[in-house]
Design a protein around this ligand. Structure first.
Ligand code: AMP
Length: 281
């Protein structure tokens, strides 16, 4: 497995692979890898000749009051996990390699960056879209793999790719969960055992909403009401939002019109840890 830290070097190497006719896949991550990330790597590896993974905790997507400094990092462990997956290449740039002191160019996917996660984290998606575009320009993959766990992020990336005519295909893979239903996240390590137990209400709320839709419920206000009831069963959950949006256009809807046409999305804080999760309704 090749490890690169310099943009010129990784680009040179991958350019040669492309000239040889190799299919390049790309999985961008912030590291502290878990089975969710590895499921994306496995998919990428199975469908390409060269699987490239990036590990970069992107300062541009964290607001000053957020957890950039304490975000979990363990490069040696990550490299070991990727090696075991037969990953071909890891790109681990420093913040200085990615951004110079006078970085001024940002990508805004306007409307969709201001709702849901964007309403709580107003500069977040500008940072995400910018770093993903930079990484796409560095790696130049044939396809890139993202998790449904960050459904709004995946939507925004797809929108950016379409509207900026980027020559990369975006693949979205399902959410990987712990045995008890908690969506895997690098941030789960922050949770105390009480918070970890409480956090199960998120998946329970989403699961209940899905079950209601499967038995014929179509009214979104009712579904959201039921989900909130479950989340409020936890005394420590501080809910940011539960919303239902159309999968294709990411806008709020009032009625579920057909199966698998909407996301129910939730974000809540447990102590200092903010978690997000979603389900297809
Ligand atoms: P992150 O390291 O949090 O930036 O995530 C890197 C990629 O892994 C993103 O595309 C995420 O959506 C995806 N991801 C994170 N958690 C999960 C999960 N539990 N299941 C599947 N994909 C995930």
């Amino acid at each position: 497995m090749k490890v690169f830290r310099a943009i010129d070097e990784v680009r040179g190497y991958l350019n040669r692979k492309k000239m040889e006719g190799r299919i390049i896949s790309f999985v961008p991550t912030m590291g502290y890898l878990h089975e969710g990330h590895l499921s994306l790597v496995r998919f990428a590896k199975a469908n390409s000749d060269v699987c490239a993974v990036s590990i970069f905790v992107n300062p541009a997507q964290f607001a000053p009051n957020e957890d950039f400094n304490r975000y979990p990092r363990d490069e040696a462990r990550d490299l070991n996990l990727l090696e075991k997956e037969n990953c071909d290449l890891v790109f681990i740039p420093s913040a200085d390699e990615m951004y110079d002191n006078d970085h001024q160019t940002y990508v805004h996917v306007r409307k969709y960056s201001q709702v849901l996660e964007g309403a709580v984290r107003p500069t977040h998606f500008e940072g995400v879209a910018t770093v993903v575009l930079k990484l796409f320009n560095i790696i130049q993959p044939h396809f890139a793999v993202f998790g449904q766990k960050d459904a709004q992020q995946a939507f925004i990336i797809k929108k950016m790719v379409k509207e900026l005519n980027l020559p990369v295909e975006i693949k979205i893979r399902p959410i990987i969960r712990e045995a008890d239903g908690l969506a895997m996240s690098s941030r789960n390590v922050y949770l105390s055992s009480e918070e970890r137990k409480s956090a199960l209400v998120l998946n329970q709320a989403l699961h209940t909403a899905k079950a209601l839709v499967e038995t014929g419920e179509r009214n979104v206000a009712h579904l959201i009401g039921k989900a909130k009831e479950i989340i409020y069963q936890s005394k420590i959950a501080q809910l940011d939002y539960v919303e239902v949006v159309d999968i294709e256009i990411f806008e709020r809807i009032e009625t579920i019109t057909k199966p698998n046409s909407a996301y129910m999305l939730v974000a809540a804080r447990f102590g200092k840890t903010r978690l997000i999760d979603n389900v297809v309704l």
